[in-house]
Design a protein. Structure first.
Lengths: 337, 333
């Protein structure tokens, strides 16, 4: 294998501005900057360190899982089971660590949670690749089954006695930055290196761009897809460990709807749902943009009613992103769909 | 029911075995579903005869009709290779519009008309994005899933809206000679949908689109117009389901129909419709809906265990498709 598709599409004949708009990362970064400026001019309190820390803490789990999901979508597949998987991991972790259930030491509980998450991701991958079941079906089935498994495990109860050692992963800070942000930064940087600078990363792009060409080039699309699904499962485990202990109670509703947030962020970040095109940094910017909406609505002082519009605005972002794509897309490229 | 007539009895008589294994007998998926359904009912009947009483079955069936109604346009859409994730959100939006306009003092039937118009418009917007802007339907309907439910939450501020008049609630709760109104609406819609898909050029072109959309467009079929119609129909069905649902519960709230899209898609895929398009029948969808419904109700009835049902349904979906793909020749995908 010599070279595969570059990170962004080759320069279009459409000129500088069109090219700039085609690089989704810049338009989202500009949109985030514009939002910050507008909100700060309405309400000075927005420009506080605490506000941004809260935005990033809230966005961290989606950023961590978003990295894995970006790889899955780059290979042309999808995983909508991440929310349910987070729920089952949260409950498993809670019950393993809680004194009133298994009462295992915290490292053991964390290790087993990661193993569970990775295992489910691996099963997803096996069913998609060697079972030849479409990924939307596999992960839809998993979404339903894992949600049921979570409720079976909880049996209508809540876990309230998480050990302090576990709570530290959610509430602890290192150099006054919350643990979850550190972990998210590490995951994002590692994923960027994986995507840009390793043969495996380039092969993921190759498989997504053209599975048949990748196969002719001697790659195994199945093994690469299996890797992407397993990685996503593992990262869901990581996200669970750093985000769920922020709460003092664990109940069975954790992670519900999380899959939509993550898929939305990845797509807003410019990753093509048909695979082969997209970047980690785009996903991270998408996560931050969507994660800001609620805080921004509060700081714009539009009253309590305004926060009910959060989801409508998030949905609007995807439609806008999609329209921008349509307007800037080269004419020759669009008939391929 | 009408689709079970054997496709080519003469052909089967000549070389039955090879025809069968090459997929010559096209209804094996429906046969498997019917056997599973009958098996389930027999087991249920033996374990608890009260479960299979017709009167009990009708009482248990109140929730299924809205889901079944949505599964019809979803079958069309998935057969063309598309998907509609926003049906649950369109129910919420139509339901909330119904509640708000009634609260504002309008005539209840005018409110119903407005709810139908809202659902149709929401579906049409999906259709515009899919057919004109040509965005992947998964993305479009994922976006509108958030947007429509968000608008429903926004305009109602998340409040429950209730206090509907009795003659309206009758739509959701009433019956004609023991058969629920919703069941009659569904039966009519299913027969029309089945015949249209089976016998009309429009119905056959859906399969063509699912196999090869470009070739279908080049052969003169207006694929974009068809897609627009399908997504609009999906919105209209969601609005009808919303009216039935709000009538039955006598409450409209922005969270009605949550996660319903997953149940609907599960039923359609379980019914044998290929998620890649080109394959699927209304009869299979009806059987898929019934199988999920009866499994769910039986587990509820017998074990009083809701979460277990999700595990069973999720596993059922994966296993059904796994078996389906194991029986499909490799080249077909």
């Amino acid at each position: 294998m010599t070279s595969v598709a570059p990170l962004t599409s080759p320069a279009a004949a459409g000129g500088f501005w069109r090219e700039l708009a085609r690089q989704r990362e810049w338009s989202i970064a500009a949109l985030i900057a514009l939002t910050v400026v507008v909100v700060a001019s309405v309400n000075r309190d927005f420009l506080a360190l605490d506000v941004f820390r809260n935005i990033f803490v809230a966005a961290a789990p989606a950023a961590i899982v978003g990295c894995g999901l970006t790889f899955v979508i780059l290979t042309g597949e999808i995983d909508i089971s991440v929310g349910s998987l987070m729920g089952v991991c949260a409950v498993a972790m809670g019950q393993l660590a809680s004194p009133s259930y298994a009462n295992l030491p915290v490292p053991a509980a964390i290790g087993l949670t990661l193993l569970l998450a990775t295992g489910v991701g691996f099963i997803n991958g096996l069913l998609v690749t060697f079972g030849r079941v479409p990924s939307i079906i596999v992960t839809l089935g998993m979404l339903t089954a894992l949600r049921g498994a979570t409720e079976l495990l909880m049996a209508g109860k809540w876990i309230t006695d998480l050990p302090a050692g576990l709570r530290f992963f959610g509430t602890g800070r290192l150099l006054s930055v919350p643990i979850s942000i550190w972990v998210a930064v590490v995951v994002v940087i590692a994923s960027m290196i994986l995507a840009r600078n390793t043969p495996l990363g380039r092969r993921i792009y190759a498989v997504g761009s053209s599975p048949s060409a990748a196969r002719l080039a001697g790659l195994s699309p199945n093994r690469i897809k299996l890797f992407a699904f397993t990685l996503t499962g593992f990262l869901v485990g990581v996200a669970t460990i750093v985000s769920v202990p922020q709460l003092s109670t664990i109940e069975s509703g954790i992670g519900a709807g999380f899959e939509l947030v993550v898929v939305t962020a990845v797509v807003v970040g410019g990753t093509s749902i048909s695979g082969g095109k997209g970047t980690i940094i785009g996903t991270v910017l998408g996560v931050v943009l969507l994660g800001m909406v609620r805080t921004v609505l509060v700081f714009l002082k539009l009253g309590q009613e305004a926060t009910y519009w959060e989801r409508a605005i998030q949905g609007g972002f995807i439609l806008i992103a999609v329209l921008v794509d349509h307007v800037t897309r080269r004419r020759g490229a669009e008939e391929s769909s | 029911m009408m689709q079970t007539t054997p496709a080519a009895p003469a052909g089967l008589a000549v070389t039955p075995r090879s025809r069968f294994f090459e997929g010559g007998f096209p209804y094996w998926h429906e046969v498997v579903l019917a056997i599973l359904l009958i098996g389930l009912m027999v087991v249920a009947g033996v374990m608890d005869p009260r479960f299979v009483q017709p009167r009990r079955q009708l009482l248990l069936s109140t929730h299924v009709w809205e889901l079944a109604l949505l599964a019809l346009p979803m079958t069309y859409i998935i057969v063309t290779g598309g998907i509609d994730l926003s049906v649950g959100a369109m129910i919420a939006l139509s339901g909330v519009v119904l509640g708000l306009t009634y609260e504002a003092g309008m005539n209840i039937w005018l409110c119903c008309a407005l709810a139908l118009a809202t659902g149709t418009a929401a579906g049409a917007l999906n259709g515009v994005f899919v057919s004109l802007v040509r965005v992947h339907p998964l993305i479009v309907t994922l976006a509108t899933l958030s947007a429509y439910r968000g608008i429903a939450e926004g305009i109602s501020s998340g409040r429950p809206l209730s206090g509907f008049p009795d003659d309206f609630s009758w739509l959701g709760r009433g019956d004609v000679g023991g058969v629920p109104i919703a069941a009659i609406i569904f039966a009519g819609a299913a027969i029309v949908a089945g015949v249209v898909m089976w016998k009309t050029p429009f119905g056959r072109s859906l399969y063509a689109m699912g196999y090869n959309e470009t070739a279908t467009r080049f052969s003169g079929i207006k694929t974009r117009k068809i897609k627009f119609i399908l997504y609009t129909m999906s919105g209209l069905s969601a609005a009808v389901a919303a009216i039935l649902l709000v009538g039955r519960r006598n409450t409209a709230k922005a969270d009605i129909g949550a996660q319903m899209e997953l149940d609907v898609i599960t039923a359609v895929v379980l019914g044998g419709t290929s998620i890649f398009g080109g394959r699927g029948r209304i009869l299979g969808t009806v059987l898929g809906v019934l199988l999920i419904h009866e499994t769910r109700k039986f587990v509820e009835w017998r074990f009083h265990n809701d979460p277990l049902i999700s595990v069973v349904v999720g596993a059922l979906l994966i296993v059904a498709v796994l078996l389906n793909s194991a029986f499909t020749p490799r080249g077909r995908e």
